[in-house]
Write a protein that binds this ligand. Structure first.
Ligand SMILES: CC/C=C\C/C=C\C/C=C\C/C=C\C/C=C\C/C=C\CCC(=O)SCCNC(=O)CCNC(=O)[C@H](O)C(C)(C)COP(=O)(O)OP(=O)(O)OC[C@H]1O[C@@H](n2cnc3c(N)ncnc32)[C@H](O)[C@@H]1OP(=O)(O)O
Ligand SMILES: CCCCCCCC/C=C\CCCCCCCC(=O)OC[C@@H](O)COP(=O)(O)O
Length: 376
C-alpha cells in the first residue's frame, strides 16, 4: 500500500472529510433558509440560487468519488444522442441494485452540468436526513410515501411545479421502488408470475404508476427518457465507506435516449411499455455478465475541476476555523471544555455514520419484502 493510499484509509482523514461535509452542509442549509423570502419576490431567481447552493453540497460527494477514490465512470451510448445530454430536460430510469448508484448518477449529472438542478422521486424518509434531505426541500425534489392512494395527488402536483423550472434537469426514477435484495427479488418474481409477466434476473419488477404519472406530468417539459443501466466491473458491490476509504471502483453506464413521444399515454399501455423496457434492461445486464461490457460505443465525458475546487474551498475555510478553535481550546486549559468538545466530536461522527447508514442496503426498508404484497 502506497503512502497516499495509507493516508486515505486513516480514520482521521475520513473524520476530516465528514466534518467538512457536515459543517459546510449545515451552513448551506442555513443559506437556503435565507432564500425563503426571495421566493415571494422572484421564484426563478430563488431557484437559480438554490441550484448553486445545492451544488456546493452534492458536488462534495462527487469529488470524493472522482478525486478521492479515483473511481472511473464509463458511458456507453449512441454518439448522436450525446450532444443532447445536459441540454434538455429528461426522465432518467435507472436500476437500483447498488449502494452508490445515486452517487454515480450524480457524477454523470456533474459531467453534463446538471448536478445542482437534478431531481429524483425519493422516499419521504430521506427528507429528514440532515444536509441532503434538507437541501432537497429547496431543490423541489419530489417525495413519495410509496402509498399510491396518497402519492397520486402529491406527486402529480410536485411534478407540475417543475414544468417552469429555469434550468435543465434530469428527473431520476428508480422504478423498482427499492434496492434489490434476494428476498425482495424472490417476492417480486412471484408478483411477476401472478401477472403473467416474464421473470427478471437482475431487476425487481418495476412499479409502473410513478413512471406513468411522471411521463404524463412532464410531457412537453421533458424531451426524452434516458434508459440507464448501471453495473460495476469485477462483480464489485461498492459502498460509500469504500469510497471514503479511497477504494477505486469502475462504473459502467449504458444509456439509451428514447423520445418522450414514443411512450404511450394510456396508463395500461404505458405500464406494458415499462415492463418491456425492464426485460430489455435485464438482457443488457446479461450481456454485461457474459462479456464484461455493455453494447454500443463508449463516449465517456471527462471529469471537470469544479467539484474539486468547491471541495478544496470548503476544506481550506473549515480547517482554518477548526485550527483556530483547537488552539483556543488547548490554550484555555479547561478540562471540562476539552471533554465537552470530545463528546461533541463523537456525537458528530456517530451522526455522520447514521447518515452513511441510509445508503446501506442491509439497513434498507422492508418495502417490497412482505409476503402479503403478493396478494394482489
Ligand atoms: C447520460 C447520463 C444519464 C443518466 C445518469 C443517471 C442518473 C442521474 C440522474 C439524476 C440524479 C438525481 C438525483 C439522484 C440523487 C439521489 C437519489 C437518492 C435516492 C432516492 C431514491 C428513492 O428513494 S427510491 C424509492 C422511492 N421511489 C419510488 O418508489 C419510485 C418507484 N415507485 C413508484 O413509481 C410507485 O408506483 C409509487 C411510489 C408512485 C407508489 O408506490 P406504491 O407502493 O403504492 O406502488 P404501486 O401502487 O405502484 O404498487 C402496487 C403495484 O405493484 C405491484 N406489486 C406489489 N408488490 C410488489 C412487489 N413486491 N414487487 C413488485 N410489484 C409489486 C402490485 O401488483 C401493484 O401492481 P399494479 O399493476 O396494480 O400497478
Ligand atoms: C464528501 C463525502 C462526505 C461523506 C459523508 C456522507 C454522509 C452521507 C450523506 C448523506 C447520505 C444520504 C444520501 C441519501 C441517498 C440514499 C439513496 C438511496 O439509495 O436510498 C434508498 C432508496 O432509494 C430506497 O430505499 P430502500 O431500499 O427501500 O431502503
Amino acid at each position: 500500500m502506497g503512502l497516499v493510499q495509507l493516508l486515505k484509509s486513516q480514520f482521521l482523514s475520513q473524520l476530516i472529510i465528514c466534518y467538512v461535509f457536515l459543517v459546510s452542509g449545515l451552513i448551506v442549509n442555513l443559506l437556503q433558509l435565507c432564500t425563503l423570502p426571495l421566493w415571494l419576490v422572484s421564484k426563478q431567481l430563488a431557484r437559480r440560487i438554490n441550484i448553486r447552493l445545492g451544488y456546493c453540497i452534492s458536488s462534495q460527494m462527487v469529488a470524493a468519488l472522482e478525486w478521492w477514490s479515483g473511481t472511473e465512470c464509463t458511458l456507453y451510448t449512441d454518439p448522436k444522442s450525446y450532444p443532447l445530454y445536459g441540454n434538455e430536460n429528461a426522465i432518467v430510469v435507472l436500476n437500483h441494485s447498488f449502494e452508490i448508484d445515486f452517487l454515480c448518477g450524480w457524477t454523470f449529472c456533474e459531467r453534463f452540468g446538471v448536478l445542482g438542478s437534478s431531481k429524483v422521486l425519493a422516499k419521504k424518509e430521506l427528507s429528514y436526513v440532515p444536509v441532503i434531505g434538507w437541501m432537497w426541500y429547496f431543490l423541489e425534489i419530489v417525495f413519495c410515501k410509496r402509498k399510491w392512494e396518497e402519492d397520486r395527488r402529491t406527486v402529480a402536483q410536485s411534478l407540475q411545479n417543475l414544468r417552469d423550472y429555469p434550468e435543465n434537469y434530469w428527473f431520476l426514477l428508480y422504478c423498482e421502488g427499492t434496492r434489490l435484495t434476494p428476498k425482495k427479488h424472490q417476492i417480486s418474481m412471484q408478483v411477476a408470475e401472478s401477472k403473467g409477466l416474464p421473470k427478471l434476473k437482475y431487476h425487481l419488477l418495476p412499479r409502473t404508476k410513478g413512471f406513468w404519472v411522471t411521463v404524463q406530468n412532464l410531457r412537453g417539459a421533458a424531451a426524452a427518457v434516458y434508459d440507464s443501466t448501471l453495473n460495476f466491473r469485477n462483480n464489485e458491490m461498492p459502498t460509500l465507506l469504500g469510497i471514503l476509504n479511497g477504494k477505486k471502483y469502475h462504473a459502467d453506464l449504458y444509456v439509451r435516449r428514447i423520445p418522450l413521444e414514443l411512450i404511450p399515454e394510456d396508463e395500461a399501455e404505458c405500464a406494458a411499455w415499462l415492463h418491456k423496457l425492464y426485460q430489455e434492461k435485464d438482457s443488457f445486464q446479461e450481456h454485461y455478465t457474459q462479456t464484461g461490457r455493455f453494447p454500443g460505443p463508449i463516449v465517456s465525458p471527462p471529469r471537470r475541476p469544479w467539484a474539486l475546487i468547491n471541495w478544496l474551498f470548503w476544506c481550506c475555510l473549515l480547517l482554518y476555523l477548526l485550527g483556530l478553535l483547537l488552539t483556543q481550546l488547548i490554550s484555555s486549559g479547561s478540562m471540562l471544555t476539552i471533554l465537552a468538545s470530545l463528546a461533541f466530536c463523537s456525537t458528530v461522527s456517530l451522526g455522520v455514520r447514521w447518515m452513511i447508514g441510509q445508503t446501506e442496503i442491509d439497513r434498507g426498508s422492508s418495502y417490497g419484502n412482505k409476503e402479503e404484497s403478493v396478494n394482489i
